[in-house]
Design a protein around this ligand. Sequence first.
Ligand SMILES: Cc1cc2nc3c(=O)[nH]c(=O)nc-3n(C[C@H](O)[C@H](O)[C@H](O)COP(=O)(O)O)c2cc1C
Length: 247
Amino acid sequence: MNLLILNASPKKKGGASRFFSGLFRLFLPGIRKKVVSLSCQQDFQRVLELLPGMDVVCLFVPLYVDGLPSHIVEFLIQAEGYCKNHPCQFRLYVLANNGFVEGKQNRPALNMLQAWCERAEITWGGGIGIGGGVMLQVLGIIYPILIGIILLQMALSLCSIGTISGELWRSFVIQMLTWLFLNSGMLWCMARLSSAIRRERVLPNQFTRVMIPSWLFIPIADVFMILSSLFQGRFLFALLQQDKWHS
Ligand SMILES: Cc1cc2nc3c(=O)[nH]c(=O)nc-3n(C[C@H](O)[C@H](O)[C@H](O)COP(=O)(O)O)c2cc1C
């Protein structure tokens, strides 16, 4: 089976779609995979030329304004024409992610891609909508650091006193289980998607989210957005601008 993984976020580096595609590859050992970026118009020709040789295409795309990013709309228009002239036999699976907590917000985007499949005579494989995509990506950075620190403490404790305290073991297990729980919906859906791909089946659309209650998600997301704009300089810049207007 030839599988093409498309990272369709306009972000050239990092991003939630790239994070999910990296994780998803672990679910498909033994399958020949090609991972290609579809972040701008310059990528179109390369991707189009790959399509006729593929059995499965997996599109990892962010939700933009309850729909698809504009470069993907443009790509789909070109791909429809290309697939008419160069017969394509692939099955399209999609993993869409969004910033807000509800994964169901991705439903219109998945419907758009399914409608495109019907129009372009491509087989629709099904999709996953993941809510809180950015948060899952950030947790995927924070938790390995936390767990790494605990492992380091364990190693130091083993070297210095020759044993590891029960408290260290407890915090290691708690962090691992918490991380697993927060990701559990996404991991379950990825397992179902990978199984559908292997069996060449259609997966009814699945929706999941970061496993945090909505009332907690909102303040965490607010703090995160303030910190991220602070680090990118925009927050301070806006404050300085305000000062200028007041004076
Ligand atoms: C222009 C723009 C529009 C967006 N629109 C939505 C939206 O309608 N609903 C939503 O939940 N998230 C929205 N988001 C958030 C993204 O879907 C979210 O940050 C996603 O994880 C980005 O994925 P990426 O890092 O792979 O690009 C929007 C982000 C941008 C930049």
